[in-house]
Write a protein that binds this ligand. Structure first.
Ligand code: ADP
Ligand code: MG
Length: 311
């Protein structure tokens, strides 16, 4: 199938996703966003060969590029309103663009966001950079530095599914569609997040680089010690089976890209949220520093892999 030009590409596949409630979005030299409250902003990039592979469904990649940004705002207690998309493509094949449009559309509908602009360029590989802008949904921002000794640590959803999906792609685990999908098209914990925005959450982070590493960011920025109990981690049955079979808990402890929320809150609130089925308590906060993992009350030795880092 033939390729289309840049302006046709924007008109056909991107402009239909533009914000209707924003007076000026896609189509002019810049968008004009009416802002009458604090604006939360974040940016995340997905690079072909690093964050996804060239043969992955483009629809999932586009969905994920939006989801990871919405997740960052959720981790601050903020609701994404609009996104900007800087898009680099090696070619303009209509079938790939249609898939891109579908993935963006699904994400916009699921997360209640719209497209307010971006940039489109040709490049050697596909790169999607999304900037999300949003507004406060919680009483105050959920800073990483807000954890206090005595808090309980809780998590939304299961851990390790995306890591197992990656192991499956590399032929190191039997295929399971749910785990592959967790990796390629993360489902964000929207209901639990909405529930949590009504509570006095002290701190939050989205688990993108692995539980231990992300808990480490909370511990370091709050100046506290975080103790995680291995047997409390919520695991899906494929992850549970894989870990038990291999005697290896790396996927839930160090695997990245779960995009679940890790939150610290006062004990009574955490227990109520758990009773209400919104979170699972996985640990506690003490005076001190660093992250430790306990297994049946004993210190669980942490392996060399300590979570994802680019460099
Ligand atoms: P300029 O020449 O001023 O850089 P462009 O031709 O890059 O303008 O973009 C024209 C319009 O299309 C702008 O409103 C821009 O925000 C929008 N646009 C371009 N690429 C994208 C994209 N990938 N996603 C959303 N909007 C885009
Ligand atoms: Mg431009």
């Amino acid at each position: 199938m033939g390729q289309i030009n840049e302006f046709e590409l924007i008109k056909r596949y991107l402009a239909p996703l533009q914000c209707r409630q924003i007076p000026l979005s896609v189509g002019d030299d810049a968008a004009i966003l009416p802002c009458d409250s604090a604006t939360y902003v974040c940016t995340d990039t997905l690079v072909s060969g690093i964050h996804f592979l060239p043969h992955w469904p483009v629809e999932h990649v586009a969905y994920k590029a939006v989801a990871v940004n919405v997740s960052d705002l959720m981790a601050m207690g903020a609701k994404a309103q609009t996104i900007q998309l800087a898009l680099t493509l090696p070619d303009a094949q209509p079938d790939r663009l249609a898939a891109l449009h579908q993935g963006l559309k699904a994400a916009c509908e699921t997360f209640g966001v719209c497209l307010s602009g971006g940039d489109t360029t040709r490049g050697a590989i596909m790169v999607l950079t999304v900037t999300a802008l949003g507004t406060a949904a919680s009483g105050r921002p959920w800073r990483r530095s807000g954890v206090r000794p005595g808090d309980l640590l809780a998590v939304t959803g299961t851990l390790g599914d995306a890591a197992l999906g990656l192991a499956m792609l590399m032929g190191q685990a039997p295929e399971d569609d749910a785990c592959m999908l967790a990796l390629q098209r993360p489902q964000l914990p929207l209901d639990a997040w909405r529930y949590l925005t009504k509570l006095d959450v002290h701190a939050a982070i989205d688990i993108s680089d692995g539980l231990v590493q992300d808990a480490g960011h909370l511990a370091a920025q709050s100046g506290v010690s975080i103790v995680i109990e291995l047997e409390r981690l919520p695991l899906s049955s494929p992850v549970q089976q894989w870990c038990a079979h291999h005697g290896n808990w790396d996927p839930p402890l160090f695997g990245g890209e779960d995009y679940q929320l890790l939150v610290a809150m006062p004990p009574e609130l955490a227990r109520q949220a758990q009773t209400d089925g919104q979170v699972r308590i996985i640990g506690r906060v003490e005076r001190g520093q660093g992250v430790s993992v306990l297994h049946q009350g004993r210190v669980f030795p942490l392996s060399g892999t300590q979570g994802f880092q680019h460099f």
